[in-house]
Design a protein around this ligand. Structure first.
Ligand code: FAD
Length: 379
């Protein structure tokens, strides 16, 4: 057997120099990490790894120095992200804060909350989770019922969130709440608050997923008091702000690089003289290359301050399709030849069970296609 090798087009020289640094860092920190852990990819969490990345200046890379950022380019940030994801590095502890909480705070609370919290994110000390979905409000986020009422000592929150990834490991949640009375405009009266998860009245209960892992949670709020100044942006602007946050959430390379370990196992096991392998894996690699170009385009839009909602939905939808096809492809090409409990089989098992979530988390396939249709003026 002779493995297949892949390489994509190079980025500017400063990016390729950085890539070499990141690979050296990964060789040092990931050498002994087995495939069974690498497959978890950005679902894997390791605060020590996060702090080591922060020490290299790889969290908050594009942020202004006044917030503890490093003022590097979006392409440089992209290189770090894609190398981490390709290696299956345990970046989950800081992922949400680096991707969306930090940018949200800098944009909507630049003078009050961002100076307090964002430098701690960049130092790898403050981990965030996303409090949007509720038992009867997932795709239809405007249906949320968790309520915050303004009182003398702060906002008082009551309600319940579900599917909150890593709430049991995070320090803070950015929570979407209803602060206004019901009205004909379903999008009115929503706001976002920054919540310290140690505040009395918060209960975090595990929801074990079909892999048997504890990743997401149910979080309940019973008279939880949040200081007045922890309102993010303006009261009632929550719907607009969540839209901006979701564009960050849907736009990154993690939306097509979650199953890299399985692809790498297939490439390692492939027989370069077998045309079936060359054609099928060549097609996947071409799809990766295309998704990468599209994803780089989205990174460029974000860097220019443009709204990438439509292209980000496209990348996420197409990325999920490619990745969800990976276990079937591995089965078709290598089915009987995969050794039980080998790294290949471990990658196969994990990806098979994780893949259905790829077209749910961060917005379902149907919702993304609705956004694409609207962007094309079809609805
Ligand atoms: C791994 C994972 C991690 C997650 N992490 C978080 C997190 O950290 N924080 C958080 O807040 N949420 C999180 N979620 C929740 C996720 O955002 C929701 O599952 C998702 O938005 C869908 O909501 P729902 O589960 O309520 O499904 P529903 O909205 O009830 O949808 C059920 C089905 O109906 C379809 N559907 C719904 N509305 C329409 C429509 N208008 N048109 C066509 N079809 C429609 C959907 O596409 C879907 O197939 C996570 C989910 C997963 C799987």
């Amino acid at each position: 057997m002779q493995g297949l090798r892949i390489s994509f087009g190079c980025l500017p020289p400063e990016c390729e120099r950085l890539r070499a640094e990141v690979r050296a860092f990964l060789a040092e920190h990931m050498a002994d990490v087995p495939v069974a852990r690498r497959v978890r990819n950005w679902a894997g969490s390791d605060p020590a790894f996060t702090r080591a990345m922060a020490a290299r200046g790889w969290i908050g890379m594009t942020w202004p120095k006044r917030y503890g950022g490093h003022e590097r380019s979006s392409l440089e940030r992209y290189v770090v992200l894609e190398e981490m994801l390709a290696a299956g590095a345990p970046v989950g502890a800081h992922w949400v804060a680096d991707r969306q909480s930090g940018p949200l705070l800098m944009r909507f609370s630049p003078e009050v909350l961002a100076p307090r919290y964002v430098p701690r994110i960049a130092r790898g000390e403050a981990f965030f989770c996303i409090g949007m979905s509720e038992p009867d409000a997932g795709s239809d986020l405007a249906a949320i019922r968790t309520k915050a009422v303004r009182r003398g000592d702060g906002w008082v929150i009551n309600g319940r969130k579900v599917w909150t990834s890593r709430a049991h490991r995070a320090h803070y949640m950015i929570v979407l709440v209803r602060t206004g009375a019901p009205s004909d405009n379903r999008h009115a009266g929503l706001s976002q608050l920054l919540l310290d998860l140690q505040t009395p009245g918060i209960t975090v209960r595990p929801i074990v997923n079909q892999l048997g892992d504890h990743d997401f949670n149910e979080v309940t709020f019973d008279d939880v008091v949040v200081p007045h100044d922890h309102l993010i942006g303006a009261e009632g602007d929550g719907w607009k702000q969540v839209g901006a946050e979701l564009a960050f959430e849907r736009s990154g390379p993690e939306r097509y690089l979650s199953s890299t370990q399985l692809l790498l196992e297939m490439l390692n096991a492939a027989d370069a003289d077998d045309p079936r392998h060359a054609v099928a894996l060549g097609r996947v690699v071409a799809q990766y290359a295309t998704l990468r170009q599209m994803s780089l385009g989205v990174a460029g839009m974000l860097a220019r301050g443009e709204n990438p909602a439509l292209p980000a939905a496209l990348v996420k939808d197409q990325g999920a399709l490619v990745e969800q096809g990976m276990p079937d492809l591995a089965h078709a090409l290598f089915g009987g030849a995969i050794e039980p409990d080998s790294p290949f089989e471990q990658a196969m098992r994990y990806t098979t069970l994780a893949a259905p979530s790829f077209s749910l988390r961060g917005g379902t396939r149907e919702i993304l296609r609705g956004i694409i249709a609207r962007g094309l003026d079809l609805r």
